[in-house]
Write a protein that binds this ligand. Sequence first.
Ligand code: PMP
Length: 302
Amino acid sequence: MYIRCVSNDYSTRICGEAMKVYIDGQFYDKEDAKISVFDHGLLYGDGVFEGIRAYNGRVFMLREHIDRLYDSAKAIDLEIGMDREEMIAKTVEACRVNGIDDGYIRLVVTRGIGTLGLNPYLCERASVIIIAAKIQLYPQELYEEGLRLVTVGTTRNLSEAVNPRIKSLNYLNNIMAKIEAINSGVMECIMLNSAGQVAEASGDNVFVVKGDKLITPPTWCGALKGVTQDVVMRLAGDMGYQAGFDVLSRYDLYTADEVFLTGSAAEVAPVSEVDHRAIGNGRPGPITLDLKDRFHKYVRGE
Ligand code: PMP
């Protein structure tokens, strides 16, 4: 669903020094955009967030992101203190105020100011932060050449512990995995669950292409329910491919015709190598490239 991000006199401002960050009802200059050191978002990673793109003056899949934000909050018993319509309006306003027609929006809801103990119910009220800015997740050449990935030893959070469907502020599980990837000389990784099944990348969903099938792990394998994943599956269906969820192992990655990642920030990112083994011929595959192209057209409403 598209929500129009209407341009006004702010629209010529570029996001940088003039950046304004929304915190709890007000816009602050970047350097004044601060929250308390007693906020449990900082002390315990207690909170939830969303990363959303805007294209051509429209916030892409805003309703879906807002719904996931409220589901994440519900799952951790966090009362946001603002309804979905208001959150949508504030998100669009943050884009407008910052002149963001094409960019990246970070919605953050923290548990708020509390004591030094864990008890979230002692926190006064949740804080809502909206940052509308720009992002380039991976260097442009990697979109042409493909990303190199490694599978890492850090196991994806158990669903019974912190369910990976909750997009929480506690990303240490993902960061530990990312550290392993970077320290082994690549930018991104594949996380496996405790059964050794493929879960996802550190901040993206993963797809395997085999013949005319596109397969991505179901949430119970440890994946976030991706908004981009869903869009890509629909586009792939329109292109005549069978896109579905299934359990994947490292074997499926190694023997795939093509592998790619999806995410709001990453968009559609081809993968050239997993664990130092070339995927296909080691170059981004034709289906991935076609999907990437269609995705870019789709998000721009073409
Ligand atoms: N998995 C994880 C762990 C993520 O953080 C994200 C978002 N960056 C994704 C998958 C992709 O989700 P979406 O397409 O909704 O951005």
